[in-house]
Ligand binder design. Structure first.
Ligand code: FES
Length: 124
């Protein structure tokens, strides 16, 4: 027994299943990325080691500033860290306000009124 209903059931299940996967993907990988938020209002000095690869936090949610701790993914920001390789061993100032025009380096933008007036954890 079952007739046409039994034949359609797998199709309906597939459609629902596809819809579930699509909504899951949209939730975890949003098409419109969130705006980065101010993590701190001053840069952090870091000694980069030549040849080593770093992942600079772009979203501002990382608890390991100025580097990525995976928060961009778990907070579903749609953003990704900036991966870069140090060309030489040297002390640099890495941006934590996330408003720099020369990521990952501080360019002084944190001194702007826009960043100084922004609350930590909100977009500059
Ligand atoms: S900390 Fe972002 S520009 Fe200086």
């Amino acid at each position: 027994m079952g007739g046409v209903g039994a034949l359609l059931r797998p199709v309906a299940w597939n459609l629902n299943h596809r819809r579930d996967i699509t909504s899951w993907l949209a939730r975890w990988f949003p098409k419109t990325p969130a705006k980065p938020v101010v993590a701190l209002k001053t840069p952090i000095k870091v000694e980069l080691v030549a040849g080593k690869t770093y992942r600079w936090c772009v979203c501002g949610h990382s608890k390991k500033q100025p580097f990525c701790d995976g928060s961009h993914f778990f907070q579903r920001t749609g953003l990704s860290p900036l991966k870069f390789k140090a060309q030489e061993t040297r002390l640099v100032s890495l941006c934590t306000c996330k408003a720099t025009q020369k990521p990952p380096y501080c360019d002084g933008t944190h001194r702007s009124e826009q960043v100084q007036k922004a609350q930590v954890g909100t977009p500059p």
